[in-house]
Design a protein around this ligand. Structure first.
Ligand SMILES: [Zn+2]
Length: 312
């Protein structure tokens, strides 16, 4: 009789299962890590949320006549089985959710985290509500807009003051979605110009949806984000015509090969050959991202610009 066929070892799953207690809960790119964390006991989940700064471990007592400290204490029936209790009096107590991101929601923290994860991965709100087991019309819609607001804020705080230097590639690209069941004008789909800047040394990326591609629109964005004295590579688009007069070393593309571009400084005539095209990689990444995204979300540009930008 023939030797029985070997069953392949389920390497990753077995390893994960055996080492479940050693999982680092910092990288959630693999969903398994996420579920391994949020299916564990309350203490593990609470500790993780505290470590991430999403929940507080202690705070001064809220009572006007008390100078005690409120600390984390076990209390069954409370969210995650914990409460914040004063060291002076057992009666002085507040929910660990108070003042937190989760404060106003009646949902279990695990459902909220599931909801956020699914939504940020680009799934529709319908899928999101199903995964988290919450109602679509009330809960998921509210959380969807809450998350978008936060992403917008994050974008403004993190990216709006960012300065690039060294070599910076700039480009514009038309983003659009094919509308499956469009009625009337087929050109009416969601189409928008996006202006992008990539800093070579860090590979960081800033994207802006722009209303048009005029110098009046694009130049202020370059001045906001690119230090004077930097080298800028762009296509030959006329909006960038005056960058050399504005304190930049500006090179425009004169020839396109499959793996490199040759740029010429319009003022000095200097030629520079560029072997990588970071901005084109960035466009591909961003377009793949938007293609996967549902229509309603794609219309929320600012928040998603931040999301795309964090890939680098
Ligand atoms: Zn107190």
């Amino acid at each position: 009789m023939a030797e029985s066929r070997q069953i392949p070892v389920a390497g990753n799953f077995r390893k994960r299962k055996e080492n479940a207690s050693e999982i680092s809960f910092s990288d959630f790119s693999n969903p398994w890590t996420f579920y391994a964390l949020f299916s564990r006991d309350d203490l593990t989940v609470a500790t993780w949320l505290i470590e991430q700064g999403l929940l507080g471990r202690s705070r001064p007592c809220e009572r006007a006549d008390c100078d005690g400290d409120m600390r984390l204490a076990r209390r069954s029936g409370r969210p995650l089985g914990y409460t914040l209790r004063c060291n002076r009096s057992r009666d002085h107590e507040v929910s660990i959710m108070k003042y937190s991101f989760f404060e106003r929601s009646k949902l279990d923290v695990r459902d909220i985290m599931q909801l956020i994860k699914t939504y940020l991965e680009g799934l529709s709100l319908g899928m999101t509500s199903r995964y988290a087991g919450v109602s679509y019309t009330g809960t998921a819609v509210d959380w969807g807009s809450f998350i978008r607001e936060l992403m917008k804020e994050y974008f403004h705080v993190r990216l709006s003051q960012k300065k690039m230097s060294g070599i910076v590639e700039i480009d514009e690209s038309l983003f659009g979605r094919r509308v499956k069941f469009h009625r009337g004008d087929p050109n009416k789909g969601l189409k928008v110009w996006v202006f992008g800047m990539v800093e070579r040394s860090t590979n960081s990326l800033i994207l802006y949806p722009v209303k048009d591609r005029t110098a009046d629109t694009l130049i202020p964005l370059i001045e906001r984000h690119v230090e004077k004295g930097s080298t800028i590579y762009s296509d030959g688009f006329s909006a960038y015509f005056h960058l050399n007069d504005m304190g930049y070393r500006h090179f425009t593309v004169i020839h396109k090969y499959s793996f490199k571009k040759t740029y010429k400084n319009a003022e000095t005539g200097d030629i520079e050959v560029v072997h990588t095209n970071r901005i084109e990689g960035a466009w591909k990444h961003a377009k793949d991202y938007f293609r996967k995204m549902s229509g309603t979300k794609a219309s929320q540009w600012e928040g998603h610009m931040a999301e795309v930008s964090k890939y680098n």
